[in-house]
Design a protein around this ligand. Structure first.
Ligand code: NAD
Length: 296
């Protein structure tokens, strides 16, 4: 049976380190400020945003939500981003996805000052990641949290075959870049990858990261025995049950280690968002901090 990777427990450790870092900033009268722009009334987004606010308050991050109705204009949202760019109390800005169709999400993301781009979606930050640049810049929090989790579990990546399923800017693409930077041999699959090719590649994968939004896409029989499986998917089934993209029951019989849904990647994403917020605040005020993940 696979080891269950306890994302909740690792996230708790990370949040404790982030709280210590926020306390260091507070000694110098800096309270990290996170602004969340929420447009529309998507119930899932409202829950995410509430969870982010609650988790932020616990570690000493001041999270403020700026809520706009479904029919808000792009100009209104851009004006809000501009005001937050100028706001000295705000260190980190994110726009909760999805936004209504009249708003060009890419345009809004590009309007965020790169130094406050807590999701790492601005081309200046994602470009640095894809160029493999050294130095500090914000990186998408879900893949970054997964890297923290892999390090915590001491999963060897050097030279290993890692298959990433999904190529979104939120998860798959930055995941590919981070794994590559960690010297893994990475294969990136997407919706046009034929099922037989997918099976062929998975059979040799030492680590599998699945971020597709397709429940039960990966079954135990698809996995190489002993593989590490990171399930990013969050899918609501009829009856409100939350499941990932991996069939947990069959996968646990074959995998060496696996993340559950819920309780795997999700809590790491929020903890990493807070970690990045505190780092951006420290950079903004030129205060040195130790790297969080190294202390968990
Ligand atoms: P997305 O819809 O933007 O992208 C899905 C990707 O999956 C696409 O690149 C698509 O090509 C690929 N895909 C679809 N079918 C495939 C198949 N059969 N084989 C291989 N690839 C396939 O989604 P996203 O924003 O990247 O999110 C993916 C999933 O992860 C969703 O369930 C989302 O809810 C979840 N998610 C979870 C967290 C978390 O913190 N746990 C964070 C972000 C996203």
């Amino acid at each position: 049976m696979a080891k269950i990777i306890d994302g909740k427990a690792i996230a708790k450790k990370l949040r404790a380190v982030v709280a210590t870092q926020a306390a260091v900033l507070k000694e110098q009268d800096v309270i990290p400020g996170l602004a969340v722009i929420l447009v529309g009334d998507d119930p899932a987004s409202e829950i995410y945003v509430r969870n982010k606010e609650r988790a932020a308050a616990k570690v000493g991050v001041n999270a403020k939500t700026f809520k706009y109705p479904n029919d808000a204009t792009e100009a209104e949202v851009l004006a809000q981003v501009e005001a937050l760019n100028q706001d000295e109390t705000i260190d980190a800005i994110l726009v909760q996805s999805p936004v209504p169709s009249q708003i060009n999400e890419q345009k809004v993301q590009e309007a965020i000052l790169p130094a406050k781009d807590v999701d790492g979606f601005h081309p200046e930050n994602s470009g640095r990641l894809f160029a493999g640049q050294k130095g500090y810049y914000p990186i998408a929090n879900t893949p970054r949290g997964i890297m923290t989790m892999l390090r915590h579990e001491e999963i060897d990546l050097v030279g290993k075959h890692v298959v990433v399923l999904g190529r979104s800017i939120l998860v798959g693409r930055p995941m590919f870049a981070l794994l590559q930077a960690a010297n893994a041999s990475v294969t990136l699959l997407h919706r046009y990858t034929p099922a037989d090719l997918r099976r062929q590649l998975l059979a040799t994968a030492d680590v599998v990261v699945v971020a597709t939004g397709v429940p039960n896409l990966i079954m135990g029989a698809d996995l190489k025995p002993g593989a590490t499986v990171i399930d990013v998917g969050m899918n609501r089934l009829p009856g409100n049950k939350l499941v990932g993209d991996v069939n947990f029951e069959t996968a646990t019989k074959v995998a060496g280690a696996i993340t559950p849904v819920p309780g795997g990647v999700g809590p790491m994403t929020i903890a990493t968002l807070l970690e990045t917020t505190v780092e951006l605040a420290a950079n903004h005020h030129q205060i040195e901090l130790e790297q969080g993940w190294q202390n968990i």
